[in-house]
Design a protein around this ligand. Structure first.
Ligand SMILES: [Zn+2]
Ligand SMILES: [Zn+2]
Length: 769
């Protein structure tokens, strides 16, 4: 006989872990208890014959509920003397935090019930259990009990209550969202005037309408989608016109892997991620014979595909001939996705013909997560459903809580306390007050849930003096007297990778590549090699600076940036001749007139300067005729990468780094590019990205010389570009260094808040030491 105490950390709360442990222990005839320790930990004590105890420990890992993730498991001897095995209530005496579980894609068993005509949940679109279903999206508070979720609106019927109380019912015992067609939330279909047209078979009816070419709003877990056929050009274009969204790709939802494989190439590893409880949108290389309309992801080589994550989605898709549909966020342009039924009726009626609704309230908005592959890593582009609001461990302990408000595009906030950082779900671009209000909501939810008082908080913001998030920081400073810490944009990017890798404070080399970040010298940075720790950093080198003629307008119309780079090595008259000769002036709204205006701006020299890699990629994109107008963030650069996706790995262009000063000589890369313009476009697109990546890699290696570093950290929105990342890694590896890119939070601006929290927290810590 022996007794052991087992501590398990990871995603172990809100995923049916304790009932699983209870059943497993009782099944093996063991005694003891299981309880939530707060944090993301569960404590188990088991007592019994050694062989049974050993079997118990092994099966904790092998038989765990599918959404549970075990990060660590420690076993220590302890004293016994138990009479039975019990689930003990969570200890309330000590101050313990518990992780808010993320939403979980439907499990196999729930789906099987929905498809079984003999089951009492047959065709129930909102079936879920202890292993799956909504969590964060319906939670009003912690701990995760029904009374703290929007399921409190639906008292359980006797059958459901019996399951809920039966410890032998592994998927329903203590399943907080337990419900059925008798007692649970209802689904119905209504037209755009709010008239209910079907309550009996609303999902089946919705499938028929989609098949007929109608556009539908569909309420899901964390918000509304807009659904329509993805194979019919006219319908896709109708959706584009209604949404005023000319180019930005739409996501697809496919019934299963088999269907998804008709659209894209999917590896076994991709398949595991697609089918995992997270069910993200994964960007996958599109097949040449894909049946999807070319207007779904214009000019791109990948399609964003996810699998159904609720029974409702599954039922909707299984009655659609194609087996897949467009499933894009239901929002007005620039606004967050709708979550409330009333809100959706008002805001979406201009886009959709019908609404597939249900009456479970969505408490927290959670967008679908988007993931892509970058040089062998899965990088998160948008961190929402399935990931948020999971914790990230900090490598040090904060003396005071920090709230970080992030940057501008694809923003998130982050709450950090003790050694925990909790990035919010994806919020959106901070270009209007409703997005700012959303940021405040997302952060306030975490503050309230974890009982953290704003008056104790240090607020971290980007150095940019005109970011909208400053308004929120100022309001809090005025109301609560919070302390403010400014964090440079690229320093935050670099720190986010350090946190992910668990790096304690030490000198690191970081490459940060993106569109724009406010630099210490007031210019726009975005192609930086930093030598950095959490507390401070120095700018080792960067892309050479070029003027941005017309500021924001130069970001919208890449031909402007192209002229700027060309004027570095060509006299203005020649630039004019070249632009007009290639017909590129027609790609500016005011043609030749605008071309002349840009050139005179460049001649006078009073334009803002930038070292942004994004702007260089934009210029190449325009020069190669790939993209002339940016209608969504990163568009010209994303399309440039897409253009190069089928190129042969042949280098046409040399990397260019000045020896005297650590600078990438962008203009020399363009000089050579101009000489080779007769080569195939996809080869040139590949080579220009590659030459830039190799040059940046060389800078990073230069930065590492004479320092005890063994790796290069890569972050920023452009870091997920595979050609560029792999070129940097190649240079790094030649010098014996490893290269890492973000995998936990987005490398883009959605990851800035985590880095800000770490930097600000570390500074507070240092000043207290
Ligand atoms: Zn389930
Ligand atoms: Zn029921």
């Amino acid at each position: 006989m022996k007794a052991v105490k087992i501590t398990v950390t990871g995603v172990v709360q809100g995923v049916g872990f304790r009932p699983f442990v209870y059943r497993l222990a009782r099944g093996l005839g063991l005694k003891g208890y299981v309880k939530n320790l707060g944090g993301s930990e569960v404590e188990i004590v088991v007592e019994g014959p050694s062989s049974k105890v050993e079997e118990f420990v092994a099966r904790l890992r092998s038989d765990k509920p599918p959404p549970a993730e075990i990060q660590s498991l420690t076993v220590k001897p302890t004293s016994g003397g138990f009479r039975e095995f019990k689930i003990e209530p969570s200890g309330r005496s000590r101050r313990a935090y518990s992780m808010i579980p993320p939403d979980i894609g439907i499990c196999r068993d729930c789906l099987a019930e929905v498809l079984d005509p003999k089951d009492r949940r047959y065709m129930y679109p909102l079936n879920s259990c202890a292993w799956c279903g909504p969590r964060f999206s319906m939670m009003e508070d912690i701990p995760y009990d029904r009374g703290n979720t929007s399921m409190r609106d639906f008292p359980m019927c006797t059958n459901c209550l019996r399951e809920y109380r039966n410890p032998d019912d592994v998927r329903r015992f203590h399943a907080q969202g337990n419900c059925c067609p008798v007692c649970g939330p209802r689904v119905w279909l209504e037209d755009r005037n709010g008239v209910v047209i079907n309550r009996e078979n609303p999902v089946l009816e919705a499938s028929k309408l989609v098949e007929e070419g109608y556009i539908l709003a569909v309420k899901g877990l964390g918000g509304f989608h807009i659904a329509c056929l993805a194979t019919d050009d006219d319908i896709v274009l109708r959706l584009r016109t209604r949404k005023r969204r000319p180019e930005k790709p739409f996501a697809l939802m496919a019934l299963n892997l088999q269907t998804a494989r008709r659209i894209a190439y999917i590896s076994e590893e991709d398949a595991r991620l697609l089918e995992s409880p997270i069910r993200p949108i994964l960007l996958l290389p599109e097949r040449e014979d894909s049946p999807v309309s070319r207007y779904v992801a214009p000019g791109l080589s990948m399609q964003g595909i996810m699998l159904p994550y609720t029974a409702l989605h599954y039922m909707l898709l299984s009655n659609v001939g194609d087996g897949f549909l467009i499933m894009t966020s239901g929002n007005e342009r620039g606004e967050p996705m709708c979550t409330g039924n009333r809100e959706a009726r008002v805001k979406l009626r201009g886009f959709v013909d019908y609404f597939l609704m249900h009456d479970r309230r969505i408490v927290n908005r959670v967008d679908d997560s988007v993931v892509r592959r970058t040089g062998g890593f899965y990088t998160v582009i948008r961190r929402g459903r399935g990931y948020a609001p999971r914790w990230v461990r900090l490598p040090f302990r904060l003396p005071r809580p920090v709230v970080a408000l992030g940057a501008h595009y694809q923003n998130t906030g982050c709450l950090a306390f003790e050694d925990i950082a909790i990035p919010t779900q994806f919020v959106g671009d901070m270009d209007n007050l409703s997005s700012l209000a959303e940021l405040e909501n997302a952060v306030s939810f975490l503050l309230k849930t974890y009982r953290i008082d704003l008056s104790d908080v240090v607020v971290a913001v980007d150095k940019h003096p005109r970011y909208l998030s400053r308004l929120l920081a100022e309001k809090w400073i005025e109301t609560y007297g919070c302390r403010l810490v400014e964090v440079q944009h690229h320093h935050a990017h670099a720190a986010s990778v350090m946190v992910e890798l668990g790096v304690k404070d030490s000198e690191m080399v970081a490459v940060t590549l993106d569109g724009a970040g406010y630099g210490d010298d007031g210019t726009v940075w975005g192609g930086e090699v930093l030598i950095t720790g959490y507390g401070a950093y120095t700018r080792f080198g960067h892309l050479e600076q070029v003027p941005m003629p017309g500021g924001d307008r130069a970001t919208e119309y890449p031909v402007r940036m192209l002229m700027s780079i060309l004027s570095r090595f060509m006299p203005v008259e020649e630039v004019r001749e070249f632009i007009v000769g290639k017909g590129l002036h027609k790609r500016l709204p005011y043609g030749a007139e605008e071309t002349d205006a840009v050139l005179s701006l460049l001649e006078r020299g009073n334009t803002p300067l930038t070292s942004s890699l994004g702007r260089v990629l934009d210029s190449a994109s325009a020069l190669l005729g790939v993209c002339f107008k940016r209608t969504y963030e990163g568009e010209p650069a994303i399309k440039l990468e897409a253009t190069s996706s089928r190129a042969k790995p042949v280098d046409l262009l040399e990397p260019r780094v000045s020896r005297s000063k650590p600078l990438v000589q962008t203009h020399r890369i363009f000089e050579e590019l101009l000489e080779k313009l007769d080569r195939p476009r996809e080869q040139l697109a590949y080579s220009v990205q590659r030459a830039l990546g190799l040059s940046i890699g060389e800078l990073a290696v230069m930065a590492s010389k004479g320092r005890s570093v063994d790796r290069v950290l890569v972050s920023g929105g452009a870091a997920v570009n595979t050609v560029i990342f792999e070129a940097i890694r190649e240079k790094a590896e030649e010098a014996g260094l490893k290269a890492y890119v973000n995998t936990v939070v987005p490398a883009g601006d959605g990851g800035v808040s985590l880095g800000q929290a770490a930097v600000a927290g570390f500074r507070v810590l240092e000043s207290l030491l």
